[in-house]
Design a protein around this ligand. Structure first.
Ligand code: MG
Length: 323
């Protein structure tokens, strides 16, 4: 018997939550499976069945045998409106690589950020980023267990670090084509599940703490074959200009409440403005020095996506704009 842990996105707005359930079967591959869509804002009670269609399989590092990322279909076998993966999969090919920098806060079950139980931390931001010591970092054990779990699952995390605010962390997740989106969603699932073991929750709101505290983003590094292998200054500039022409569309797809984060402060550009520049962390798009130094072969970093953004929507926006 094989234990498959099915994972999917529900119908909540503006961002979906992750759901899962376990199937035990003799089947060699995970079969399609139905669920009660009326409990996930994906169907009415009178016609509640929705269908899970397996799209990506992983070794399950925490339980049973396999993790199964699923798309959702309606009971009449149409692409469900909540299924943002479908549109992204129509444009994404493996020549497109994405490196997502997922930032997040760890909280107690009551929602207070780790280290903030007695209110605002006594020290301002400064010593927390990549810090060490019990006064400077909270929740390292979660970050480390999550990294191990992702690597065991076959999800390519390329690094982790303590972030600028106390209780804030980041990991970087690299993938190709549509699998980049699957991997990021599954890495979020594993993060939430690993955190359960420590009685800790994960908050990916882009600005959980107002004031002079960093918000959370999901900087998105991306490239295609031409950018990596036969790039030029003209190519990179023209791509940035194309992205600038659809800036509003990007913001609509890059996560809710992002206006609280994209203020022009804390290494961000204002949400109403678009700019790009070499090494510029105050720009919407940064052209990394790596790219310039490699004779304009490399990648771009879109700094606008919020930490709560749907990676399928980001992939769809970037590839549709640039191809
Ligand atoms: Mg960061």
């Amino acid at each position: 018997m094989t234990k498959y842990e099915y994972v999917w996105l529900d119908g909540y707005q503006p961002e979906p939550f992750l759901r899962s359930k376990v199937k035990v079967t003799n089947d060699q591959t995970p079969p399609e499976w139905s669920f009660d869509g009326s409990s996930t804002l994906q169907a009415d009670g009178g016609s509640s069945d929705c269908i899970l269609t397996p799209v990506q399989e992983y070794t399950n590092p925490l339980f049973g045998d396999k993790l199964v990322m699923c798309g959702v279909q309606t009971g009449s076998r149409e692409v469900h409106p909540s299924n943002t993966r479908h549109a992204a999969s129509e444009v994404a090919s493996d020549e497109w690589w994405f490196g997502f920098e997922q930032e997040y806060f760890l909280t107690n079950p009551d929602g207070t950020i780790l280290g903030w139980e007695d209110g605002i931390p006594s020290k301002p931001q400064g010593e927390y980023y990549c810090g060490v010591g019990a006064a400077n970092v909270k929740g390292r054990e979660v970050s480390e267990a999550h990294l191990e779990a992702c690597l065991e699952a076959g999800i390519e995390l390329t690094g982790t670090n303590a972030e600028v605010a106390l209780g804030q962390w980041e990991y970087q997740c690299l993938g190709k084509g549509i699998k980049a989106g699957d991997d990021l969603w599954m890495s979020r699932y594993l993060l939430n599940k690993v955190a359960e073991d420590f009685d800790v929750s994960v908050n990916i709101h882009p600005k959980p703490q107002s004031g002079d505290w960093n918000g959370s983003g999901m900087h998105t590094n991306f490239s295609n074959k031409e950018m990596r292998e036969s790039g030029s200054e003209e190519l990179f500039n023209s791509m940035c200009e194309k992205l600038g022409k659809v800036h509003e569309d990007a913001i609509n797809n890059y996560g809710s409440d992002n206006d609280q984060r994209l203020t022009g402060l804390h290494e961000t550009q204002k949400i109403t403005e678009f700019s790009f520049g070499v090494s510029d962390r105050g720009a919407s798009i940064r052209i990394p020095i790596y790219t310039v130094e490699h004779d304009w072969n490399g990648y771009l970093e879109d700094r606008r996506p919020a930490s709560n953004a749907d990676p399928y929507k980001i992939i769809n926006h970037i590839i549709s704009t640039l191809s």
